[in-house]
Design a protein around this ligand. Sequence first.
Ligand code: GLN
Ligand code: ZN
Length: 763
Amino acid sequence: MSKVQSSTLGYPRIGEKREWKKALEAYWGDKVSQEELEVELKQIRLTNLKKQQEAGLSLIPVGDFSLYDHVLDTAVSFGLVPERFAYDGGPVPLDTYFAIARGTNEAVASEMTKWYNTNYHYIVPELDSRKPELVENRVLALYKEAREELGIEAKPVLLGPVSFVKLSKNYGNKTLAEHVQQLLPLYAQVLKELEEAGASWVQIDEPFLNGDVAKSDIELLQEAYAFLGQEAPVLNILLQTYFEAVDHYEQVVDLPVQGIGLDFVHGGEATLRQLQEKGFPDGKVLAAGIIDGRNIWRADLKGVQALTSAIGKIVPNDRLILQPSCSLLHVPVTVKTEQKLPDVLAAGVAFADEKLAEIVTLTKVLNRDADERTLEESRRAVEALNASESRNNPTVQRELAETEGENTSRTVAAKERYRRQQEALGLPLLPTTTIGSFPQTKEVRKQRLDWRRGNLSNENYDAFIRKEIDKWIDIQEDIGLDVLVHGEFERTDMVEFFGEKLDGFQFTTFGWVQSYGSRCVKPPIIFGDVSFAETMTVKETHYAQSKTKKPVKGMLTGPVTIYNWSFPRVDISESNVVNQIALALRKEVQALEEAGISVIQVDEPALREGLPLKREKWEQYLEQSVTGFKLSVNKVHTETQIHTHMCYSDFEDIIAAIDALDADVISIEMSRSHGELISSFEDFTYNKGIGLGVYDIHSPRVPAKEEISRNIDRALSVLDKELFWINPDCGLKTRQEPETVAALKVMVDAAEDARKRQLSEVK
Ligand code: GLN
Ligand code: ZN
C-alpha cells in the first residue's frame, strides 16, 4: 500500500427499491422456493458489491450482507441455535435461521433489541443454546464468491468475539471471559481458512468499545487478539470501532492487530484529540471514519479535508484508509432515485452511494489523483442549503430566541395542579384510561391507503374516520373507561403523521433503512426550521369530545421522539432542533385546549433510546430532552392535565429526568418487567400521577382479572393510591377488536374491585 486506501465498514442490504425485503417476504409467504430466494439474494448481494467496485473503493467488505441480521449470522455460524428449535448440528437450515428470528407456532422467537444507539435491532444470541462449534464459515464463502463472480479481493467482516458475547444473553454459569475463550478457537479457524484462501485484510468489529469500557475488558481484548494473531499470522486484522470515541485509547491502538478503525465523526473531536495527543503506533494501519455513516447529509469535503490533513500529520498515507464512520446500513441506498426533493435539498443530501463517492473523491485528492478543487462543489451545496429560506425562518428564530431564559415550568406546583385537575375532571380514585390507539384493522388501513392514493375523497375519508371514532367512543363508554381517546385511526405512524403536517420536514420516496429483519422505516428528514402550519389533531379529537361527556385525551408525539426517529439537520445544535419542534407542538397543545380538550398526552417512547452511549453525555441529553418536553406543554392552564407515555420499564437510571418532565400523569410499561420496576419506586418517591401498565398488549391473549388485580396491588404497595392510574402497557393498534374489548373490560372490572378494596380499607 503506497497510497491512501478507501473502504467502508458495510453497505445497506436492502437494495435500491427494497428488493431484499420483497424477496424475503415472498419466501415467508410461500410465494417462492428457497432456491428462488437464494438466486434473488445472490443477485442483490452481487449488485451491491458491483456498485462499490464501480465507485472505486479499494477495500470492499463482504459478510456485511445478511438474510436477516448480522448478529444472528454470527450465532448460527457457531451453531448457537436455542434448544427449542429442533436442530442437531451442521450448517443451520434456512428455515431454522428464520425461525430463531421470527418464531414459529411451537417456539418463540429469540429476543430482539436495539443495536447500540441506532434504530437497527438485532437478534439476541442465547449462549446456553449448546456448545458452540464452527458449523459454517460464512464469510469464507462470501469472500470466494466476490472473487469468483466479480474479481474482488474483498475484506471479510466479522463481529468480534468480545462484542458478540456482550450482545448475548443467558451466560449460564460461565463468565464473559469464559464464553469468549470458548469462541476463540472457532474464530481462529475462520481466520485461518480466510488466510489460506488468500484474504489480506479482515475487519473485526468490536463496537462495545463505544461505551464505558472496563479495564478488564481491555485485558480480555488483549488476550483474545494476541491468540487470533498467532493462529493466523499472515492475515491482517483490522479491529474496528464505531459510534463513539474509544476509552483507553492507548491500549486499544496498541492491541496486537495490524490495523485499527476509529470513528472521527461521532464523539466530537475526541478521537482526533486522542490521536494528536497520544499518537499512533508505527507500522499500524489507521482506518479513519471521516464521513458520517449515520446521517443523510452531504459532507463539506473542504471541511473534511482539514480533518484528513490533521490525521495525515500523524499517520502517513501508506498506512491510512479513509471510510465512513460506521456501516452504511443506517442510511438509505441512493439519492439517485429521489425525484421529488426540492433542488437545494437534493443537492445537499448523501445516502450510501453518495457517501462512498465522497470517500473516493477525498482519497483521490489525498493521493493527488484528483484536483483539490473538486472538493469545492460540496462546500457550495452545503452552504446553499444552509442559506436556503427553509433554514432561515425569521419567525421560528425569533420565537426560539424568546424562549431562552423563559421559565419552562408551569405556574402551579404539580401536587396542587393535580388536585385541581382531578376535581375539574370529576375523576374517581384509580381512574382508567388507554394509551391512545385502537386496533388498526385491515379496513382502516385500506381506507387510509385509498385516500393517500387519491382514490377516496377527503369527505368520504373524514366520514369513515368519524364512523370509527363514533364506534370506539361507544365501546369505551360501554366498558366504563374514565378518560377516553379518539383512537388514532387517521395515523400511519407516530412521527410521519406529524412530520407531514409541520413545516421544515421532507419525505423521501425510497429513503428506507432496515429497522429489524425485513422491516424498513423511512425516517422523515428534518430539513429546515420546524414550524406549526395547521392544526394536526384538533379535528378528530374535538369530534370525539363532542360525542361524550367524559374527557377525551388529545394525543401528540413529543419533540424528543420526533427528533430521535427522524434524520435531523446538523447545521444547528440538537437542542435547537428539539426546541423548534417543541414550540410547534406547543401551538397544537394550545389549539387542543382552545377546542375544549382538557387532557393532553405527549408521547415520548423514544426518550430512553436516545441516551448517549457514554454516561458522561447523559446529563446534557436528558436536560435538553426535559427542556424540550416542558416547552411543548408549559403554556396550558393549571386545570389542563398533561400526560406522557413511554414504552419501557427499565428507567431506574433516568427516573430523576422522568420526574423532571413534570407531566401530571405518566403511563409506562410494567407488566413484562414483573415488578422489577416497582423497586425503583421504593427508592424514589414519585409524587405525580402514574399509570403502570397492568397488562401486556404485545400478545392477543385476554388477561385474567386476578392477574391484573395482582399488578394493581403490587403497584399500590409502593405508590400512592391517589396518584395511581389504571391502563394497558401501550397503544392497542396492533391488536384485534374482540380481544381489545374483552381485555379492557377485564381491566375496568379489576379497577372497580381495587377501588372498592381501597375505599373499604379507609373505613
Ligand atoms: N399513543 C401511541 C399509541 O397508543 C403511543 C405509541 C407508543 O408508545 N409507541 O399507539
Ligand atoms: Zn408505548
